[in-house]
Write a protein that binds this ligand. Structure first.
Ligand SMILES: [Zn+2]
Length: 418
């Protein structure tokens, strides 16, 4: 249950503008109208106030089946059998979390506790999770994924990407992807998370495995291929080889890039037309220029900097350069054990130079862009009916009231699920 299967819907894009619907148009009586919305975020600049968020005051949304069929002012909403009174609260698109690592077992509380007691974080703690994940049963892994997806859904996440990367053998990576694919279509093969401990003395041999037999076993279960391009993980040449092999098998690239240090990851992402370069904490001007000139989204993951007491990525610099920015959780047991997009929104506003509007956009439409999706992350006629009702009059409260459980209700694919 709580599947977030969605089907990348690139052939049925919503129209650019909302038809000015009336009670006489094609809205079926069986549809549901959510009315009396104080502030509605559509992410369509042609609607409402003309801002990037396309804000509409005193709004209504009509949903039919799994789609939005009408958007406008409550006073003009078409007649429907079913009504839900939002009570003067805000509605935003369901959050699109485009980066998480949910197929894992084990516990790293002690590592976090040690780090918070002054030890620096370095790539490699992943091995603890690899050992626990290999030892876990399918049922244990499945139960973990289900648990964290429910947790995320309660906090408003309606589209979720998740990765392998804690198996690092042919069978364990394929198993992780099979389990992930039962919950989302946004599945990423991350055999190149770190060099497997089994190949500690033969990293080249591990790259051969990741691009050969492991890729053969994993490609049928994934949409994306990812690599951790970082000192201590994979260098630029290895990352290029891995992503190029994945592309040849029909997987689209995305990259863990420039998290802990400067490096070639971001420029490689743009060169390979990766959907997203994730982390982007340590950037040169050449990196920023590359992102601004390409189609690659910069996905910022402030939960990682929070949980490792690291330097924040500079969202302001990226936005001012014209880069498309997404915000996601990086939910994983080592460096960012949060499933909360609202928490990341609050961090981005407080510490990364984003306005509340920009952070909300990046956590919805930005996440969708990082997954090359147009059917989610916005509320326009034709879009998927993924909505979050906040116990607040405005989306600004997500940053203004950090840590407060403001998600009052969630609809996913038109169904009320929270
Ligand atoms: Zn990650």
């Amino acid at each position: 249950m709580n599947s977030m299967n969605s089907g990348p819907d690139t052939t049925n894009n919503p129209p650019a503008t909302a038809a000015p619907a009336t009670a006489n148009n094609a809205v079926a009586a069986t549809a549901t109208a959510i009315t009396n919305i104080a502030s509605l975020v559509t992410n369509d600049p042609s609607l409402g106030d003309g801002s990037p968020l396309g804000l509409i005051q005193d709004a209504a949304v009509v949903i039919d089946g799994d789609r939005v069929v009408w958007i406008g002012e409550t006073s003009k909403a078409p007649a429907t059998d079913n009504r839900f009174d939002a009570g003067g609260r805000a509605v935003v698109p369901g959050f699109v979390d485009s980066h998480s690592h949910l197929v894992f077992a084990g516990d790293r509380t002690a590592e976090f506790n040690a780090r918070m007691s002054g030890q620096p974080y370095a790539a490699g703690g992943i091995r603890t999770t690899v050992a626990a994940t290999r030892a876990a049963t399918d049922e244990e892994l499945e139960a973990n994924v289900t648990r964290y997806l429910r947790e995320a859904l309660r906090q408003g996440t309606t589209t979720f990407e998740t990765k392998s990367g804690y198996g690092l053998t042919v069978e364990d990576e394929a198993r992780a992807l099979r389990i992930a694919a039962r919950h989302t279509d946004e599945v990423t093969y991350l055999g190149a998370h770190i060099v497997s401990p089994d190949h500690a003395d033969d990293p080249a041999g591990y790259v051969d495995l990741v691009t050969g037999e492991m890729l053969d076993a994993c490609a049928p279960h994934a949409r994306w291929i990812d690599v951790f391009c970082e000192k201590g993980a994979f260098d630029g040449d290895q990352a290029r080889e891995i992503l190029t092999a994945g592309k040849a098998r029909g997987l689209h690239p995305r990259i863990h890039a420039n998290q802990l240090s400067h490096g070639p990851g971001v420029r490689l992402a743009v060169e390979l037309d990766a959907a997203s370069a994730d982390h982007c904490t340590h950037l040169t001007q050449a990196d920023v220029d590359a992102l601004a000139s390409g189609n690659t989204v910069a996905t910022l993951l402030p939960g990682a900097e929070f949980s490792t007491r690291a330097e924040w990525p500079d969202a302001r610099r990226l936005l001012d350069a014209g880069v498309t920015v997404a915000l996601s959780t990086d939910c994983n047991p080592g460096s960012s054990f949060t499933s909360s997009v609202p928490f990341c929104v609050a961090l981005a506003v407080r510490d990364m130079g984003m306005t509340p509007d920009e952070a909300l956009w990046s956590a919805t439409a930005g996440g969708a862009a990082a997954l090359r999706r147009t059917d989610v992350g916005r509320l326009t006629p034709g879009a998927r009916a993924d909505l979050v009702l906040l116990d607040a009059p405005s989306h600004v409260h997500l940053a203004y009231r950090p840590g407060v459980p403001l998600v009052a209700a969630v609809w996913r694919r038109g169904e009320r699920v929270v």
